[in-house]
Write a protein that binds this ligand. Structure first.
Ligand SMILES: Nc1nc2c(ncn2[C@@H]2O[C@H](COP(=O)(O)OP(=O)(O)O)[C@@H](O)[C@H]2O)c(=O)[nH]1
Ligand SMILES: [Mg+2]
Length: 460
């Protein structure tokens, strides 16, 4: 989307997934929607443009004397539609060919093909929703768990928007009060108002911190928890991945270095989305592919929400293994002592302080315990059993972090009792406002909209 998207265009797209289905919907939005409906649709009685809003007509989509499909046609007039514009939805018999034929007919009648997310982008530009709510639409579509869907719904209903608007309003008032003093010749904050404004900006900072603390939950809901399986070669890492997924995804073999690349799969455990990654085992190797695999493993370990370290417990730990165990972060790691069917030569004492599961994965022993251990670790950061709440995303966190830093600087100046600092304080508060405004979409540019809406599918 490099070109500007004009609101005066009438856009169209197939809104249902491709393939066979019960119905297929072609959506049309913009000023020409009803004129186009008149042109492509034949039914009984009054033409679509002569009908009131929110009616369903039965008829056919025609091209000259050809009938393309029997359809239901829905009319939603501006501003009472998803986009806030005149919208027509044509519901035909499901099937990729008929849907495309209807689409082509609508295009021929004067509509243009919609860009990804352009319907929702229009909903935003026409004030039907703010940027947080538009993003919630995408979160809702993408959600893989009930928890994620519930959180997205709360965001769509405005839970986050309300909190951020409150912060925005408080910042505006504080900035305006500081700026009011700039009009006086001394350009100084009157000594008596400094503590009062300082108390207010401190409170804004605390509200921001509370929102920032929801990122972890938001990350787990949207992306899922990144669980990286590590360990030496041949200890049973791929066996564990398969057991957690309940199917044979990775090749298991007694040969060292069988898994040379990383394999990622998602699974829902106790309502939590987990992204489980099987990695190339850590060992000395001169195989280029395997070395690259190990570099990726190191990278992933850095990003992991949970690290599951598998140890062959039927042999004593060597120095290399001890070093691996030492580097594990106790709050983020599960140690799986595998192959206990062959003996148990590793004692829990050697890995004290870490969450340990004794397993014989080949026989399915220890899989349930590993699952629970992962969920327990996640719930130490976020209460995964509490009802889900709308939580901020990575984009929101970046903006909010920047805003928080600005408010922090304003606070420092105020706390230092620097009465000559009015202009600086105002600058910091204005910068914070910009960032907060970009979260809700009060402040936006083409680039921001493109980055948000290009992640949507066409037709949404
Ligand atoms: N005896 C025994 N063998 C196992 C167990 N788990 C895995 N194995 C075997 O160990 C070998 C290596 O397993 P794999 O999952 O490929 O290890 P990876 O290299 O760490 O991915 C395979 O032959 C597995 O069948 C176990 O609990 N007991
Ligand atoms: Mg493997």
């Amino acid at each position: 989307m490099t070109t500007e998207l004009h609101l005066e265009d009438t856009i169209t797209a197939i809104a249902t997934p491709s393939g066979e289905g019960g119905v297929a919907i072609v959506r049309v939005s913009g000023p020409e929607s009803l004129r186009i409906a008149d042109e492509v649709f034949r039914g009984h009685g009054e033409r679509p443009s002569g009908r009131p809003s929110h009616v369903i007509l039965h008829g056919c989509v025609v091209s000259g004397s050809d009938t393309l499909d029997e359809v239901l046609l829905m009319i939603m007039r501006a501003p009472h539609s998803y986009t806030g514009e005149d919208v027509v939805e044509i519901q035909g018999h499901g099937g990729p060919v008929t849907a495309r034929r209807i689409l082509r007919r609508v295009l021929d009648a004067g509509a243009r093909m919609a860009e990804p997310g352009e319907f929702t982008r229009r909903a935003f530009l026409n004030g039907r929703m703010d940027l947080l709510q538009a993003e919630a639409v995408l979160d809702l579509i993408r959600s893989r768990t009930d928890r994620a869907a519930a959180a997205a719904m709360e965001q769509l209903e405005g839970a986050l928007s309300k909190k951020l608007s409150a912060i925005y309003d408080a910042l505006i008032t504080a900035a305006a009060d500081v700026e009011a003093t700039l009009d006086f010749p001394e350009e100084e904050l009157p000594a008596e108002t400094v503590p009062e404004i300082a108390a207010r900006t401190a409170a804004i900072g605390r509200d921001m911190d509370a929102l920032l603390a929801t990122w972890e939950e938001g990350h787990l809901l949207r992306e899922g928890a990144l669980c990286v399986i590590t360990g030496k070669t041949n200890v049973g890492k791929s066996t564990l991945l398969n057991a957690l997924l309940g199917r044979h995804r990775a090749i298991v073999s007694p040969r060292h270095g069988t898994t040379r690349d990383t394999i990622e799969e998602s699974v829902v455990v106790d309502g939590n989305l987990l992204r489980i990654v099987d990695t190339a085992g850590l060992r000395d190797s001169d195989c280029e592919i395997e070395l690259e695999g190990m570099r990726r493993t190191r990278d992933l370990i850095g990003k992991a929400d949970v690290r599951i370290h598998v140890v062959d417990a039927s042999v004593e730990m060597d120095e290399v293994e001890r070093a691996h165990v030492r580097e594990l972060n106790p709050e983020r790691s599960v140690v799986v002592l595998n192959k206990t069917d062959l003996g148990l030569l590793v004692s829990r004492a050697e890995i004290s302080g870490r969450c340990v599961v004794e397993a014989s994965l080949l026989n399915g022993k220890g899989v349930t315990e590993t699952r629970s251990a992962i969920v327990d670790l996640l719930s130490s950061g976020v209460d995964v059993h509490a009802p889900p709440h709308a939580a901020i995303s990575e984009r929101h966190r970046n903006e909010l972090d920047a805003a928080r830093a600005e408010v922090g600087k304003a606070n420092e100046l105020l706390a230092a009792g620097r009465e000559d600092a009015a202009a600086l304080v105002a600058q910091h508060l204005r910068a914070a406002l910009e960032s907060v405004g970009r979260i809700t979409g009060r402040v936006y540019g083409e680039e921001l909209l493109t980055s948000v809406f290009s992640r949507f599918c066409i037709g949404k």
